[in-house]
Design a protein around this ligand. Structure first.
Ligand code: BGP
Length: 490
């Protein structure tokens, strides 16, 4: 067996966005109001305030106010980055960068405005067909997220979100439309973005409203069970409708390091890995509910209601590949006084050996190599880094340039880490940088937390031209792709 030397031929270099964060056009083309459209701006809040459950969770009061609001107002996702209108210009820029694959998502509410409509909205179907054909015409493959958080608000108001089993059938009706209409244009399918988000950001993930639930955790895990079933059934349906299709799964991967050599800390790390990561991939890749969750459910007084046949559904709909988002690492410890820092979806314990982004996310390329090795060792399924990126404050210079050396450094180090993992023996299909273009932040609803290689001239309040500008990182990634990851110099 020859030692690998670097990125394989055909490695899928790419970029990612999500419909709710990039599109805007919230009430155009027959689209219905969705959950993202109802999340109010929060850029005025402090970091401490953003850690509060009251900020992270949705309330009936907030929903009612959002439904009443007739314009984009204080709702940043209603504007996004105006990608709905500028998709051709954006695809041209991605092609100029040399992207081999574009990870994008479809908005459920553009296809079924209320989620339970009998007939789909043809205007929405046609819109995405044009975008997908645009990717093909520019030589880019497509990695399609079928559901990246936002669902029609009617499914929350009328059905109570994912805790209601009826959502499985409604989701499959939607999935069928995607498979039937875009089977010739999509290369990789992803039924759900970050399955574990249902646990960490329940409004986004499982569409739950805190004040409407008696036993919140029970509803979260019931909702997750329905999503697992919907995902497995989508895999089965997709394979039947499109023979040979590649349909994966995804989690937000939380990589943990043990805080000390105390056995208690080591056990804590095992539990953290099981409860935040392995549970989700074990169900979607192995097709089983792992035994360690029984103890957890018992502890939390949770009883996931299953119907006869559910286990078989999970077993028959396992994922073809595993994708994940990777942003940071955190410490596992039983020491409650350990200093904290923020990370994607969670607040975790701080690692003194690492530096962090302006938003507190700890910068750790080696954690990506470790994560890739762990996932490959456990499942031996092809892997895909569906998200990785740096949210930072950028400055648009008067001459239209943006000098983001910090983003280039972050990217270079993570590309090096992936190369090392490939040499370690990991089977890695591709890498889609999160926020290939500036878009509204998922957790903080800010435009000013910028991820893109392409700058969008808009501020948190939606003021600006929304014109696009290439950052220095645009050119760096272009060269990285052109040399298949060989040239990682300035
Ligand atoms: C992931 C989400 C993305 C994206 C990213 C960055 O969890 O899948 O939608 O937003 O995190 O997070 P944020 O936008 O909060 O900085």
């Amino acid at each position: 067996m020859a030692l690998r030397t670097g990125f394989p031929k055909g490695f899928l270099w790419g970029g990612a966005t999500a419909a709710s964060q990039v599109e805007g056009g919230w009430n155009e083309g027959g689209k219905g109001l969705d959950t993202a459209d109802c999340r109010p701006a929060a850029s005025h809040l402090t970091t401490e305030q953003r850690r509060e459950p009251a900020f992270k969770e949705m309330t009936s009061e907030k929903i009612a106010a959002a439904i009443q609001c007739p314009d984009a107002g204080e709702y940043p996702f209603r504007r996004g980055s105006d990608g709905y209108h500028r998709w051709e210009e954006d695809l041209d820029l991605y092609a100029e960068m040399g992207l081999k694959v574009y990870r994008m998502s479809v908005s459920w509410a553009r296809i079924f405005p209320n989620g339970d409509d009998v007939e789909p909205n043809q205007e929405g179907i046609d819109y995405y067909r044009r975008v997908l054909e645009g990717c093909r015409a520019r030589g880019m493959k497509v990695f399609l997220t079928m559901l990246h958080y936002s669902i029609p608000i009617n499914l929350v108001e009328k059905y109570g979100g994912w805790k209601n089993r009826e959502l499985i059938d409604l989701y499959l009706r939607y999935a069928r439309v995607l498979f039937e209409n875009y089977g010739d244009l999509v290369d990789y399918w992803l039924p759900f973005n970050e399955m574990n988000a249902g646990r960490f950001l329940p409004f986004n993930g499982t569409a739950l409203i805190r004040d409407r639930e008696e036993h919140f955790d029970q509803s979260v895990y019931q909702g997750l069970h329905h999503q697992f079933l919907a995902s497995a059934l989508a895999v089965k349906l997709g394979h039947r409708l499109i023979p040979g299709s590649q349909i994966g799964c995804m989690i937000a991967r939380f990589c943990h390091y043990v805080g000390s050599c105390r056995p208690e800390d080591q056990l804590q790390m095992l539990r953290d890995e099981q409860y935040t990561n392995w549970f989700y991939t074990d169900v979607m890749v192995r097709g089983i509910y792992p035994e360690y969750m029984e103890r957890y459910f018992d502890l939390k007084n949770i009883e996931v209601k299953m119907q006869p046949g559910d286990q078989q559904i999970l077993q028959k709909g396992t994922a073809d590949f595993i994708s994940f988002s990777y942003y940071f690492t955190q410490i596992s410890t039983v020491d409650t006084a350990w200093e904290k820092t923020d990370g994607n979806l969670v607040t975790g314990s701080k690692n003194p050996y690492l530096t962090a982004s302006e938003w507190g996310w700890q910068y750790d390329p080696m954690g990506l190599r470790i994560t890739l090795n762990q996932l490959w060792d456990r499942y031996r399924k092809p892997l895909f880094v569906a998200e990785n990126g740096l949210g930072a404050t950028d400055v648009l210079e008067p001459d239209g340039t943006v000098h983001d050396a910090y983003r280039i450094a972050y990217l270079r180090h993570h590309v090096e880490a992936m190369r090392e993992a490939i040499i370690d023996g990991v089977n890695l299909l591709g890498y889609t940088w999160w926020g290939v273009i500036d878009l509204v932040s998922n957790a903080t609803m800010q435009m000013s937390k910028r991820y893109g290689f392409i700058y969008v001239d808009a501020d948190d309040g939606g003021n600006g031209t929304f014109d696009r500008f290439k950052k220095d990182s645009f050119y760096w990634y272009q060269k990285c792709i052109a040399t298949n990851g060989e040239d990682l110099g300035e």
